[in-house]
Design a binder for this molecule. Structure first.
Ligand SMILES: [Zn+2]
Length: 156
C-alpha cells in the first residue's frame, strides 16, 4: 500500500517541502545544516536582513557580507494555524507561525516550538532551535529560558 499526498487523513506523512535552490538562498540553508543561522549585512548602510536577496533592502547596495546570528531574538507577532495549507503540516495542527527579530536586526518568519500560544507575549525572549525535517535544517524558536512558554501542567 503506497501513500501519496492525496491520501486521506491518517496516511503516512507527506514529504516536507524543500527550499528552492538559488545562488543567493542556498548558502542560508547550507549554513543551517552546519548549525548556524546566517543573514546578510549591508557594507554601505549597515542594515541587516532576511530572507536572502542580492541588494540591500535599505539602500539597494550590492555590497554586503554574510554574518552568523547568535540565535537570540524577540517575539514581534504570531498566528496559530488551525488549517494546514500544505499536506505535510496536517498532522501538526495547531502550530504557531511567528515573526521574530534577531538581536542582530533581521526579522524572519519562523515557527515557535515548546510553547503554548496562549502564554506568548510580545517582545518575549526566544532562542534558536535548528530542527531536522527530512534532511532540511529548519530554524525555529523556543521561549527562553526553556519552559518559559509552558504551563506547569504542560511541563509535567
Ligand atoms: Zn544598505
Amino acid at each position: 500500500m503506497s501513500a501519496s499526498p492525496m491520501d486521506a487523513a491518517g496516511a503516512e506523512p507527506v514529504a516536507f517541502p524543500q527550499p528552492e535552490s538559488s545562488d543567493i538562498g542556498t548558502p542560508f540553508w547550507a549554513s543551517l545544516k552546519q548549525g548556524k543561522l546566517s543573514f546578510q549585512r549591508c557594507q554601505s548602510c549597515g542594515k541587516a536582513w532576511l530572507p536572502a536577496r542580492h541588494q540591500c533592502p535599505g539602500c539597494l547596495s550590492p555590497n554586503w557580507q554574510r554574518e552568523e546570528s547568535k540565535g537570540q531574538a524577540r517575539l514581534i507577532s504570531w498566528v496559530v494555524y488551525h488549517v494546514a495549507y500544505h499536506p505535510a503540516f496536517a498532522n501538526r495542527l495547531p502550530y504557531t507561525v511567528a515573526v521574530v527579530e534577531l538581536d542582530e536586526g533581521p526579522r524572519m518568519i519562523t515557527n515557535l516550538i515548546h510553547t503554548e500560544a496562549h502564554s506568548l507575549q510580545l517582545d518575549q525572549r526566544l532562542w534558536l532551535v535548528i530542527e531536522d525535517e527530512q534532511g532540511v535544517a529548519v530554524p525555529r524558536f523556543e521561549p527562553h529560558p526553556p519552559g518559559a512558554g509552558m504551563t506547569a501542567k504542560a511541563q509535567a
